[in-house]
Design a protein around this ligand. Structure first.
Ligand SMILES: *Cc1c(COP(=O)(O)O)cnc(C)c1O
Length: 392
């Protein structure tokens, strides 16, 4: 018997759960794109996005997903032949590097593996070795969604400053935005990219690229009309915000999602994600006392609060995911970018998630482990409930 009917839960690291209020705001006739409220709403998104990024810098909006944000960010600062330093802690920063290569950049990669954060000493070495300052930009992912490693972005800035290296610091916050604390200005980030379908709780279609004056001044020869961020941050006409037709319904949805973040308070949003992540980690601490299950990232300081990568051994990653989806209505994330992929699964806990949803995820995983005969320590749900009881 399957027990999957009822409201399903997509617990993958993006797209995330879309709040009903957001969906309802999008369920409407197409608005006039030449005048009226769509213009005011679009302008209002800019202010709220900057508040969440903790920045006074600019934000350019694009119709696109995270990959579009990657290309937009690089196209504005690179010239063909420039070198970028990719700090890889999973497949996402490597993917950003591939976009740079596609634009004609020379890509230097330091691969820190799939279960450890960026090692700042090795970054310092690479910067010191670059005596003629060939590296134009350092690319780092705040939270790598494949491995759930969270990197110390402020530490990378400190390494750049200590080396007196002029490279731009570029951060990918697609997975962490509005989930994990991030401070663009305080941490000295020159360019930051994110998108609307994860912590921002809106169906995919809008990409956001934040940049400061230093990044704008770096402008190279890769920039083309569509990706140029300048008209998008200082639009003479509404049309320039989006360089064409606005993503009308997403704009309405994003407005409501941002209202929800504003009403809860950004600090409270960060704290909620932290607490729910700790409940997940507490369950894994117990499960991992027996059998194969464990968290991918050992050090809690380097674990994301928005996505958790779990090691289970092949082929149980796929078996567990299939059981949870088809028997219980819970969709978990695949072992993206890992070898073999079915030795891993991921839990997305970004955006519109609360305590009962996380207890539901953990309880469903526990039922799946039992049903499939996968050994695991007993008492994981108690441990998670204790965290929630204490924090809520
Ligand atoms: C999801 C994600 C991306 C890519 O976003 P798409 O919308 O799938 O193109 C890039 N970087 C990180 C860290 C992500 O989590």
């Amino acid at each position: 018997m399957a027990l999957a009917n009822g409201r399903s839960y997509l617990a993958i690291p993006g797209p995330s759960v879309i709040p009903d209020q957001v969906l309802q705001a999008m369920h409407r006739a197409s608005p006039n794109i030449y005048e009226g409220e769509l213009h005011e709403i679009t302008a209002s998104l800019v202010d709220d996005l900057k508040l969440i990024a903790r920045t006074k810098a600019n934000v350019a909006m694009y119709i696109g997903n995270g990959h579009a944000a990657w290309e937009a960010s690089l196209a504005n600062v690179l010239s063909r032949g420039d070198r970028v330093l990719v700090l890889a802690t999973g497949s996402f920063c490597k993917g950003w590097g591939e976009v740079a290569r596609g634009l004609g950049a020379e890509v230097q990669t330091i691969d820190f593996g799939d279960d450890a954060p960026v090692d700042l000493a090795r970054v310092a070495e690479a910067l010191a070795a670059d005596t003629d300052h060939r590296i134009k930009a350092v690319l780092a992912v705040h939270v790598d969604t494949a491995t759930s490693i969270k990197n110390d972005i402020a530490g990378i800035r400190a390494a750049l400053d200590a080396a007196e290296h002029p490279a731009l610091l570029m951060a990918d916050c697609v997975a962490s935005f509005a989930c994990d604390e991030f401070q663009m200005d305080k941490w000295g980030v020159d360019v930051m990219v994110t998108a609307c379908q994860k912590g921002l709780m809106t169906p995919a279609a809008m990409a956001y690229v934040f940049f400061n004056e230093k990044a704008d001044a770096a402008r190279g020869d890769c920039v083309t009309g569509y990706w140029d961020w300048r008209p998008r941050v200082d639009p003479d006409v509404y049309y320039q915000y989006w360089y064409g037709t606005a993503p009308t319904h997403q704009v309405y949805g994003q407005r409501i999602a941002l209202n929800m973040i504003r009403d809860e308070g950004l600090k409270a949003v960060w704290d909620r994600h932290a607490s729910l992540a700790q409940a997940i980690w507490a369950a894994f601490d117990v499960w991992s006392t027996e059998g194969p299950l464990r968290l991918n990232v050992a050090d809690p300081a380097h674990r994301s609060h928005a996505v958790t990568s779990c090691v289970i051994g092949a082929p149980d990653g796929d078996r567990l995911r299939e059981w949870c989806e088809h028997r219980a209505g819970l969709t978990l994330g695949i072992g993206l970018g890992r070898t073999p992929p079915d030795a891993y699964f991921r839990i997305g806990h970004m955006g519109h998630v609360n305590a009962h949803m996380i207890m539901g995820v953990l309880g469903t995983i526990e039922a799946g482990l039992r049903a499939l005969g996968i050994p695991h320590g007993k008492g994981a749900l108690d441990a998670a409930a204790a965290v929630i009881a204490q924090d809520a």
